[in-house]
Design a protein around this ligand. Structure first.
Ligand code: ZN
Ligand code: ZN
Length: 348
């Protein structure tokens, strides 16, 4: 066992405070990562506040991890000390089932082990990336290309793959029109990826306050959803709508923006049930879908694509003592567009 500094919360909704935690001894296929940066994902806040059902405390959140390999187990083949790597939402899976074999570890039949607020197959509770070191199987690390700085790469490990996966699956590319609903941590990366894939991108945001940013990220249009004319003007326009908003939307209004055969894919999760008219789908043979992060091979593909196309998260770097305040700002949508913790400041 080794000890490492971390930000931990003792019980649901309690503030995060600096402490030290244990990391396991290296197994054959394990690497130790000296974490440089950890992104703050909105789902960290939901879990720390126990808003998604029963959670495990004490909790060290963080599943947007970027750092440097500092030691390797005897059987490690993919990484060497000094390599730049990332870890996202998962740290283990069975490796044997049809989904693991297909590189979709998030759907592992045995259940993928989440990076924090989870239990490993050894029964040990997992602790996440708001910490200075993590020990993880090399199978769940991905390589961060040299062209990506570690701080702006960190949010790609959750927010990046969460948006890249559905854009690829539903065919965003040249000749397609994509709407991204919500311009936050997820949405701003969705716009960048969709534009880089060759799609014509429109941002649907509550107001026009972020219009200049939409343009900078590659969108050709930005419309305010509080303006009713938006839903008249854009009727039947889109092949794909990527919804990154966690609030409940009037789905019938949004489905009307799709072309026939179009798809609306949700990666935001409202806490209340949603409703829509079946005819909103039937009339144009439309699809209402969801999408859950992405597997390890696609996470690597996403990082390589980001490096090749100059895509990085827009971040505000904070020190460990600003994390609790940052949580309140995330909930208030007061961040452009992702907080990243400089883990060197933990316990400093
Ligand atoms: Zn996340
Ligand atoms: Zn599996």
């Amino acid at each position: 066992m080794s000890r490492t500094a971390a930000l931990s919360t003792a019980s649901a909704g309690a503030p995060l405070t600096a402490t030290t935690i244990e990391r396991r001894d290296l197994r054959d296929d394990d690497i130790t990562i000296d974490i440089a940066y950890a992104g703050i994902c909105h789902s960290d806040i939901h879990q720390v506040r126990e808003e998604w059902g029963s959670a495990i405390f004490p909790m060290v959140p963080g599943h947007e991890i970027a750092g440097i390999v500092s030691s390797v187990g005897d059987g490690v083949t993919r990484y060497q000390v000094g390599d730049r790597v990332g870890v996202g939402c998962m740290v283990d899976s069975c490796g044997e089932c049809e989904f693991c074999k297909d590189g979709q570890e998030q759907f592992c039949v045995r259940g993928a082990v989440m990076t924090y607020n989870g239990k490993g197959y050894d029964g040990e509770e997992t602790m996440g990336g708001y910490s200075q070191q993590v020990v993880v199987s090399e199978r769940f690390a991905v390589r961060i290309p040299d062209a990506l700085e570690l701080d702006v790469a960190a949010p790609l490990l959750c927010a990046g793959i969460t948006t890249f996966n559905p854009l690829k699956r539903w065919g965003a590319g040249p000749g397609t029109k994509v709407a991204v609903v919500g311009l936050g941590g997820l949405g701003h990366l969705g716009v960048k990826f969709a534009a880089a894939l060759g799609a014509e991108v429109t941002v649907l945001s509550q107001s026009t306050a972020k219009q200049a940013d939409s343009t900078r990220f590659g969108a050709v249009d930005h419309r305010a959803t509080k303006d009713e004319a938006t839903f008249e003007d854009l009727r039947g326009q889109f092949d794909l709508i990527l919804n990154t908003v966690s609030a409940n939307l009037p789905f019938d209004d949004y489905l009307a923006l799709l072309k026939p055969n179009g798809a609306m894919v949700n990666v935001g999760a409202p806490s209340e049930p949603s409703s829509f008219q079946a005819f909103s789908l039937i009339g144009g043979s439309k699809v209402l879908a969801g999408s859950n992060i992405g597997g390890i091979p696609q996470t690597q593909e996403m990082l390589d694509f980001a490096a090749e196309h100059g895509i990085a998260a827009e971040i505000e770097t904070i020190s460990a003592d600003q994390v609790n305040e940052a949580y309140d700002r995330v909930v208030a949508s007061d961040v452009r567009y992702r907080f990243v913790i400089d883990t060197a400041t933990i316990g400093a």
